[in-house]
Each structure stands twice: as structure tokens, then as C-alpha cells.
Ligand binder design. Structure first.
Ligand SMILES: Nc1ncnc2c1ncn2[C@@H]1O[C@H](COP(=O)(O)OP(=O)(O)OP(=O)(O)O)[C@@H](O)[C@H]1O
Ligand SMILES: [Mg+2]
Length: 568
């Protein structure tokens, strides 16, 4: 009991902490640790929101980002999207209230928690004391409205304080946000913001991003695909994936009048017949009112679910990127010598949550990462199309890929192979290990699926490498042929007392075709690659002039040079 006499009465100090106050003290839980990482997380939160909003409105996402350096470790970030915008009444709720959002449904989206952008505003305010500037243009009653707002976060009350507001002449819908940050660092390293954008484009070939970096260089990442991804449907939870507490929550929030209708309307694969079976097995009267449901009853129902057999959950709520699109994305960014991709069938983890694993493997070209002038293998982890940049060690994807015996696929030194491995998990409920959403829980079913899909791709690579090796051998042999053929032709011409015919062009064609056949390639493929080259990425310098190949600001980049200030 509190000791009032001794003056140590804790009741005097007892108070409720708002979510904003909690995260102000624990910003690392939002992923804000280290200077490079903090800035990358800000990019991640704002880009994922823009993508989610545009796709939900059926718009092909297009984002303009500008990062200006004010001083060392002090930046202004401006991000403009072409989504549906945010109605004025919601702007401060979106950016200043934590645990507020529109994605708390059982639906596949990049956002899940209602924390992302308010976390960015919090970090900005904590490091600079500066307000947020937002322009939102949205449709209301068929008309486009625009508003320009300046506000701060009231951390104590988990809401916003409006400082300035004016009408804005809107032409099209979208949001533009400007935030300042200190104690952050822009970097080209693997965990930096630029690499985050590059990876985002591989997982989202339907998007366009323009990025002006602090040196004034502008990068235009063009679309590789022109189709807005099909909108995922909301799916009801599966009986095998719910807990007693979930059933209690459903009972408290349902409009149904009976246990029976509550179960059939809140869960997938639950018919009246199945509820009757549960009633028989548990002895629970299913005609009672949901508000009377007790915890032991909920526990008994869940235990019963565990023993029953159900059809797998419906999978129309899951929309994968698709192996063709992944291939486009990987070709666009990596220009590989060989690429292969796969999208697996939906399966479930924890008995009732469905997920799909997609994987891609690119070899050669710009695959892998350059470290000290050598190309090394790299793993690109994604969840619902979002690159996961941090906390790789604890992630299901890393665990699965590390457990594969790569030597069996002819890769004796995986680390030093120019290889990019791409893995994406699609689910309505990605089992993230923390609120920072950077690593996926190693559920046995997830690890199994990742292993299976990657091993399939590795087998294809092995085939390609074998064919390439065989082709090299043949090439050596055909070189002998190429060396001797002219001598034979010339000698034959002498013997036949005729002139030497024009044979060079025919000989070159024959040897080229034979080599292509051996590699299993189409001869036309060279043309495709040239076209691809032209649409890859444009770089423009601070004066707006195109930067020629070889003069890119990225060319002289050595990873170790820019690893300043990164504390992880
Ligand atoms: N650019 C945007 N355009 C339109 N609506 C947006 C935009 N950014 C955010 N929103 C709205 O604001 C809500 C809150 O965004 P926030 O990033 O905080 O959470 P979330 O995306 O729902 O989940 P998570 O914390 O996992 O990112 C979103 O659910 C969405 O409704
Ligand atoms: Mg978000």
C-alpha cells in the first residue's frame, strides 16, 4: 500500500500516458534508431501511405520527393503524392493522433497500425521543434477542394494544434507534406533512403517516383507496368486463426442478436451447420445474446475450432505482385544476365491466416551490391510490397534463405556472387516482430514456403549456369573452328582455282546463333534489352541537365565511405 506518511504516495504520480507520450519516450519502437535508419523509416512511412491511398482510389501512384540539406544532419523533406487526398477534418487526426487510421481491417495493405505518419510528425517535432506543413486536395460532393495547413502535435493529448490554415487552389487531388528533421543522415548505403526507393520500385513496378537528392540531382524512376494492382478484398478471420479474446471482442462489437449469427457473420467458413456442431460438442446454447458470452465459453469455442476441420480461408483477399511483374521490376532496376521469379499458391500460418510467398532471383548485370569494388549477393525482403530494410537477423526471410545449402545449386561462395534474391510475403496479417514492421516472425509455415520457392529458383539458376559453362566450352571449340575455317576456305579456293568467297558475315551469324541456342536464349533478346536500357532511370543534375552515364553521382559511391553516424 502507498505510504502517505513517508511522502512516497504513488497516487500523486499516477497518470495515464497517451500513445504519443509513450512513443516520445520510446521512439526506437517506431524504428527511429540511428541517423540513417531514422530518415529511411520516414521515407518508408510516407511512401507506403501514398501508395496505399492511391491504389485504394484506383490511381497509379506517382510521388515527388525532395530532400534538402539545411545543415549537417538537418534536412527538409517534401513529399507530394497523387492520391485521393485527405479531407480537411481528418488531416490533423492522420498526422497528429497515434493509433488512428483507416486500415484496422482484415485487409491486405502496407499500413496496419495507424502509427506511421504521426510517428514522422513526432520525430520532426522532437528533433527540430518545427511545425508540419500539409497541403491536401480532395474531392467533396464532386468538387475538388484544397487546404493548406500548418500544425503541431499536442503530445499530451495525442492530437494536433492548428497554427495556420488557408484555402488552396486545387487542380488535382493529392497530399503534399513538408517536415524538418535533425539528427538524421542521408546515405547511399544499403540501409539508406536512396536504396529504399530503389527497392520500392522493384516491388512496385506500377509506380513512378521522382527524387531530388540533397545535392540537387534528380532521379526519375519510371513505371515498368501500367496496371493498378487489383484492390484486395477484406476477408473475415478464419476460425483457426482466432483466440478466445478475439471471440470476446467480436461479441462486444457485433450487431448480431445470437451467438449463432455472430459466429456466422464474423468468421469465414462458418455455416449454421458448423455452429450446430459446435453447440453439440461444447453444450453451449447458441441462441444466447452475444453480450452474455463468458470467457470460458469463448475458450471452449476456440478449443472446438482447433479440433474441427475447415476449408482453407478464402484467398481473394490476397493480391500478389505476380511473377511477371516482379520480373519486369527486377529487369528494370538490375538489368540482370538471368532472372527467374515465382508466385506460390496461398497457404496458411497459425492454422488460419493465409499468405502467399513470391520470390525472384536475378544473376549478373547490376544484381547484388558493390562492396569495395566487388559485387556481393544481396537479399531484398518485402512484406505486402514494402521493402524491409532493418532487423534482418531475426526475420523469417533471412532465416529461410540462410538455411538453404546453396552449394547444392552450384553456388560455392554465395556471399561473393552477383546475385539478388527477392522475397515478398503477402498477407492480410503479416506477423511483424515489432511496431517498426521491419522483420517477419519465423512461423514454420512461412519459413517452409520461402525455402521451397527459393530452392526452385536456385535450381533454374543452376541450369542456366551449367548451360553457360557448357556454352563456354563449346565457344572454345568453335573458336578453333573460326580460326581454321578461313584457312580451309582459302586453301580450297586455291585448289579449285577460284577467288575466296565473302564468308565472314555468314560465319559470324552461324557461330552467334549456335552460342545463343546453347545458352537457351532467343537471339532477339538483345533488342529487348536495349529498349529496356532507354527507360531505366534518368538522372538530372541541379541545373536540370541530363547526367550522362559514367558521371552519375552514384558511380563513385563506395558503401563503406558513407556509413557515417549509423548506429544500429
Ligand atoms: N498520403 C495519404 N493520402 C491519403 N490518406 C492518407 C495518407 N497518409 C495517411 N493517410 C490516412 O491516414 C491514416 C493513418 O496513416 P498512418 O501511416 O499513421 O497509419 P496506417 O498507414 O494506417 O498504418 P501504419 O502505422 O502501419 O503505417 C491511414 O490509415 C490513411 O487513412
Ligand atoms: Mg502508414
Amino acid at each position: 500500500m502507498p505510504n502517505q506518511e513517508a511522502g512516497t504516495d504513488w497516487r500523486n504520480d499516477f497518470k495515464n500516458l497517451t500513445p504519443s507520450e509513450f512513443f516520445r519516450k520510446n521512439k526506437q519502437m517506431l524504428g527511429f534508431t540511428g541517423k540513417i535508419r531514422s530518415l529511411t523509416i520516414v521515407f518508408h512511412e510516407l511512401i507506403t501511405n501514398s501508395f496505399d491511398a492511391a491504389e485504394e482510389a484506383g490511381i497509379l501512384p506517382e510521388i515527388d520527393i525532395e530532400l534538402k540539406r539545411v545543415d549537417k544532419e538537418h534536412y527538409i523533406l517534401r513529399l507530394k503524392d497523387n492520391g485521393p487526398g485527405i479531407p480537411e477534418d481528418y488531416v490533423m487526426r492522420v498526422y497528429c493522433s497515434m493509433f488512428a487510421g483507416s486500415k484496422f481491417r482484415n485487409i491486405q495493405s502496407r499500413g496496419q497500425q495507424g502509427l506511421g505518419c504521426s510517428g514522422c510528425v513526432l520525430l520532426s517535432q522532437m528533433t527540430t521543434g518545427k511545425p508540419a506543413h500539409v497541403i491536401s486536395c480532395y474531392k467533396e460532393n464532386g468538387e475538388i477542394k484544397g487546404v493548406k495547413m500548418k500544425f503541431q502535435m499536442d503530445v499530451k493529448n495525442n492530437r494536433g494544434i492548428l497554427m495556420e490554415r488557408e484555402d488552396y487552389p486545387a487542380e488535382s487531388t493529392g497530399v503534399c507534406i513538408e517536415l524538418q528533421f535533425k539528427e538524421v543522415s542521408y546515405s547511399l548505403a544499403e540501409q539508406g533512403a536512396f536504396e529504399y526507393i530503389r527497392r520500392t520500385m522493384i516491388g512496385n513496378p506500377h509506380a513512378k517516383i521522382t527524387f531530388r537528392d540533397p545535392s540537387g540531382h534528380k532521379y526519375i524512376f519510371k513505371r515498368a507496368a501500367d496496371i493498378v494492382p487489383v484492390l484486395p478484398k477484406e476477408v473475415l478471420p478464419h476460425p483457426k486463426g482466432v483466440s478466445a479474446d478475439d471471440i470476446m471482442t467480436m461479441a462486444q462489437n457485433t450487431d448480431s442478436r445470437r451467438y449463432k449469427s455472430m459466429l456466422t457473420s464474423s468468421l469465414s467458413r462458418m455455416s449454421n451447420k458448423r455452429v450446430d456442431e459446435i453447440s453439440e460438442l461444447t453444450g453451449i446454447d447458441m441462441n444466447k445474446r452475444p453480450k452474455d458470452l463468458t470467457f470460458p465459453e469463448a475458450e471452449a469455442i476456440v478449443q472446438c475450432f482447433k479440433k474441427m476441420k475447415f476449408m482453407a480461408p478464402p484467398t481473394d483477399g490476397l493480391i500478389p505482385i505476380g511473377s511477371e511483374q516482379i520480373e519486369k521490376g527486377m529487369k528494370q532496376i538490375l538489368k540482370p544476365e538471368f532472372v527467374t521469379t515465382i508466385t506460390r499458391k496461398p497457404v496458411t500460418y497459425q492454422g488460419g491466416v493465409s499468405f502467399i510467398i513470391e520470390a525472384g532471383l536475378a544473376y549478373g548485370g547490376k544484381s547484388g551490391r558493390v562492396v569495395k569494388e566487388q559485387r556481393k549477393s544481396e537479399i531484398m525482403r518485402f512484406a505486402n510490397r514494402v521493402p524491409l530494410t532493418f532487423d534482418a537477423g531475426s526475420c523469417a526471410i533471412t532465416e529461410a534463405l540462410k538455411s538453404i545449402d546453396w552449394k547444392r545449386y552450384g553456388l560455392k561462395d554465395l556471399d561473393n556472387t552477383p546475385l539478388t534474391l527477392f522475397v515478398n510475403i503477402i498477407s492480410t496479417q503479416v506477423p511483424y516482430l515489432s511496431t517498426g514492421k521491419q522483420s517477419v516472425s519465423p512461423e514454420p509455415e512461412i519459413v517452409h514456403e520461402i525455402r521451397q520457392s527459393t530452392m526452385k529458383l536456385a535450381r533454374k539458376l543452376q541450369k542456366h549456369l551449367r548451360a553457360k559453362k557448357a556454352a563456354k566450352e563449346k565457344e572454345k571449340r568453335s573458336k578453333v573452328f573460326e580460326d581454321y575455317m578461313p584457312v580451309i576456305i582459302e586453301e580450297a579456293a586455291k585448289l579449285g582455282e577460284t577467288g575466296v568467297p565473302e564468308y565472314q558475315e555468314v560465319l559470324a551469324k552461324v557461330t552467334k546463333r549456335a552460342l545463343a541456342e546453347l545458352l537457351g536464349e532467343k537471339v532477339e533478346e538483345e533488342v529487348e534489352e536495349e529498349e529496356l536500357d532507354a527507360i531505366i532511370m534518368e538522372e538530372v543534375d541541379e541545373r536540370g541537365n541530363a547526367v550522362e552515364e559514367g558521371n552519375s553521382s552514384l558511380d563513385n559511391f563506395i558503401e563503406d565511405d558513407v556509413d557515417d553516424g549509423f548506429e544500429d
